[in-house]
Design a binder for this molecule. Structure first.
Ligand code: NAD
Length: 469
């Protein structure tokens, strides 16, 4: 256990170029992040390649034991990690935010350690015995976004290590401190060189994605960057898992109870102040209960405190960066100008520091409006009226992304029928965005390919090998 100051000092470089990271709630400095270069990346890859064979030779049980110890280390430093995450990312300590994210890191490490992975006997008929095994890939590159920087790093790193790989992590340039601090804690329990964070810009990410010594890239980020990574991986036929952007639809069926679902709808959309890949970003509500749902959602949203993340009372925070704030503000302004009805929010204070944008609900909005059709990635939810379920399903499926979706209903059979018609990697019923380390997660359409979590997630960090004798 160390103090917050000691943790921050341990990741602050003594030499070399640094960049000051500012608190998105106050504009004050949080710390200095190293600006690593492509040469630093080369050194990290060389160290990873050197450390990997011995790690692979340890076998699953020893690697799982190390991951369990790493989970303990995260828990020992949980409060310091959560505080740094809150200051750098902006998310509050409380609610489904910073403490929750650090807790998820420990949970995902434990499940990655404990998931059984047996060789499968595919055929055994007396003449042929074919078994399917999974070998380590070697050195894996992990490139991540700024919205859930610690948790997503663990999603990428934990299964990679469990399978016997070494990992080089390239965090988002917006949130390097959180990832550096997390890796510092994980490295208390890992051999040297096995896990390195290279805190560089897009040039470093691009080099990682094309590097011949990298066997696989785990990428979580925007669809545009995912497409660039597909291209740069081609020359070395790199394996890829791509968790890309989404614009998740939720459909409220006519038999739903507006009061009972309002809280779930709210957090499905506004978790992490809307900066979540698989958050509810378009809500389709049947005409018969449209006003009631709008009213109940407005009550919940109006009662949810937003402010500085270190204040224990807050559960919504600022946008992480000005660029994202401008996207959200621009989309809401355009929706208002188009004649949509602002039920709540849409009126950010201009005389305060920080990138705070209020929780915003927008009704009577056309399905083709950019606030609906584009990934707003912030605290603004458009609510679209529909007449028939066929119409709602068609609108939900109309986009070229399909990460998550949800159906809200009092009838589980009816909800499952509608769920099966939605083009998304996960469809939740009466909840949205609930990920679980035991349950596979991945996108449909341009939300990416490959699965994370569970045994499928582990297999994705190995090279399948058939032994046929
Ligand atoms: P981004 O694509 O801008 O950046 C992600 C990472 O890619 C950063 O580390 C960046 O430095 C790096 N990068 C940029 N250009 C690169 C290149 N040419 N080659 C290699 N790496 C490069 O994404 P972001 O704005 O940080 O994150 C927000 C997006 O991530 C949203 O679209 C969101 O939906 C998506 N996301 C998806 C999931 C999921 O599980 N599907 C989870 C979280 C976020």
């Amino acid at each position: 256990m160390e103090t917050y100051d000691a943790l921050l000092a341990s990741i602050t470089p003594d030499t070399g170029e640094t960049r000051t990271i500012l608190d998105p709630a106050t504009g004050e400095p949080v710390g200095e992040a190293p600006v690593h270069s492509v040469e630093d990346l080369e050194a990290a890859i060389a160290a990873a390649a050197a450390a990997q064979p011995a790690w692979a030779a340890l076998g699953h049980d020893a690697r799982s034991a190390a991951l369990l110890k790493a989970a303990d280390a995260v828990e020992r430093s949980a409060e310091e990690l959560a505080r740094l995450l809150s200051r750098e990312q902006g998310k509050p300590l409380n609610g489904p935010n910073a403490r929750f994210e650090v807790g998820a890191c420990a949970a995902w490490l434990r499940v990655a350690a404990g998931t059984p992975l047996e060789a499968e006997v595919v055929v055994d008929d007396g003449e042929t015995r074919a078994e399917l095994h999974y070998r380590p890939i070697g050195v894996v590159g992990a490139i991540g976004p700024w919205n859930w920087p610690m948790m997503i790093t663990v999603w990428q790193v934990a299964p990679a290590l469990r399978m016997g790989n070494a990992v080089v992590v390239k965090p988002s340039e917006y949130t390097p401190l959180s990832v550096l601090a997390l890796a510092k804690v994980l490295n208390e329990e890992l051999p040297e060189g096995l896990l390195t964070v290279v805190s560089g810009g897009r040039d470093v990410g691009a080099r990682l994605a094309e590097h011949p010594a990298i066997g696989k890239v785990m990428f979580t980020g925007s669809t545009a960057t995912g497409k660039a990574i597909i291209k740069s991986s081609a020359d070395t036929v790199k394996r890829l898992t791509l968790e890309l952007g989404g614009n998740d639809a939720g459909i409220v069926l006519p038999d739903a109870d507006p009061k009972a679902i309002a809280e779930g709808l709210f957090w499905g959309a506004f978790i992490n102040t809307g900066q979540t890949c698989a958050a509810l970003k378009r809500l389709y509500v049947h005409d018969s209960l449209y006003e009631a749902v709008c009213e109940e959602l407005t009550k919940v949203a109006a009662a949810t405190p937003m402010g500085n993340g270190l204040d224990e009372a807050n559960v919504l925070g600022p946008l992480q960066n000005r660029q994202q704030y401008d996207i959200v503000a621009g989309l809401v302004d355009a929706a208002r100008d188009s004649g949509a009805r602002i039920l709540l929010g849409g009126n950010p204070a201009t005389d305060q520091p920080g990138h705070f944008y209020p929780a915003t609900l927008v009704a009577d909005i056309d399905n083709s409006n950019p606030l609906v059709a584009e990934e707003q990635f912030g605290p603004a939810l458009p609510i679209i009226r529909y007449g028939t379920v066929d119409e709602a399903v068609a609108m939900a499926n109309a986009l070229d992304v399909g990460l998550g979706a949800s159906v809200w209903s009092s009838d589980p059979v009816r909800a499952r029928e509608v769920a099966a018609r939605l083009e998304a990697g996960t469809v939740w019923i009466n909840k949205h965005g609930a990920v679980d380390p035991r349950v596979p997660f991945g996108g449909a359409k341009q939300s990416g390919y490959g699965l994370e979590f569970g045994v499928e997630g582990l297999k994705a960090l190995g090279v399948p090998q058939v032994i046929n004798g």
